[in-house]
Write a protein that binds this ligand. Structure first.
Ligand SMILES: O=C(CO)[C@@H](O)[C@@H](O)COP(=O)(O)O
Length: 251
């Protein structure tokens, strides 16, 4: 049942305002990195401390996205009535994002794009093998393929969760569609979307030129551990992140 807008505490209201700002701003990263065209793609962010998330309005130009027209939804994907932006329809992928938030409590952000090289791998229904250290660092192994699922119900969300639960990767290539990514925050999920397109491009060209050389599993583990726990600064969100870091995932 959607909480009445008036029943939200000042702390939740403040959290909502921050997530609105973050999600609106992060959509510009999708265009900056060339991951979307026209109104394709979407970013959402979970509201800390509440069963709520924020997502973009469906089909609205990226030039027109702003905190005030982001849409607040409950974890069933229902728009919270009486809140800023609620007069518009939420992203057509809202059900998928909501399903992920309901079933993966460690996930703080979800992103979907149609980035060219990742979509090309998805069109072939082929996982991206872990043959470059950048993949070992960021994804801890191959980037898996999720099932073909038509938008409109929980099918896409279920495919994302069934593929990524217990998997190190924060990215999944939904077959014949394109990448969905998860993260500890919306920014972390956007980073995964940027990086999945980067590695999809590199491995595509490598394979065009000749046979790929796999990285040994133990080396992937060492690279992933270093990147997740040593690279960057101690305060980096990645250090606290659990999204995509299942300890028993060694796939
Ligand atoms: O791929 C899909 C749906 O899965 C696109 O429609 C999507 O990228 C953009 O839709 P929205 O503008 O978020 O409704």
């Amino acid at each position: 049942m959607s909480p009445a807008a008036s029943a939200l505490s000042p702390e939740v209201e403040a959290a909502i305002a921050q997530v609105r700002e973050d999600v609106a701003r992060l959509h510009a990263e999708l265009t900056r990195y060339g991951l979307v065209v026209w109104t394709g793609g979407n970013v959402s962010g979970r509201v800390p401390g509440a069963d709520l998330f924020v997502i973009k309005p469906s089909g609205v130009s990226y030039d027109d996205l702003a905190a005030e027209n982001m849409i607040l939804c409950d974890l069933d994907g229902n728009v919270v009535p009486g809140t800023s932006g609620s007069e518009r329809a939420p992203s057509s992928d809202t059900a998928a994002h909501a399903y992920v938030y309901r079933n993966m409590p460690e996930v703080g952000g979800v992103v979907h794009t149609h980035s060219t090289f990742a979509v090309a791998w998805a069109a072939r229904g082929e996982e991206i093998p872990c043959v470059i250290t950048a993949m070992a660092d960021e994804f801890g192994g191959p980037i898996p393929v999720g099932p073909f699922a038509i938008i409109g119900d929980d099918s896409i969300g279920r495919g994302i969760v069934e593929t990524l639960r217990g998997h190190r990767s924060r990215a999944v290539l939904m077959r014949n569609h394109g990448p969905f990514t998860i993260g500890s925050s919306a920014k972390d999920a956007v980073k995964a979307a940027v990086m999945v397109e980067d590695v999809a491009r590199s491995v595509h060209f490598a394979r065009e030129a000749g046979p790929l050389v796999p990285i040994p599993r133990d080396a992937i583990d060492r690279l992933y551990d270093r990147y997740q726990n040593v690279y960057g600064q101690t305060g980096d969100a990645r250090r606290e992140s659990t999204a995509g870091q299942s300890e028993d995932a060694r796939r």
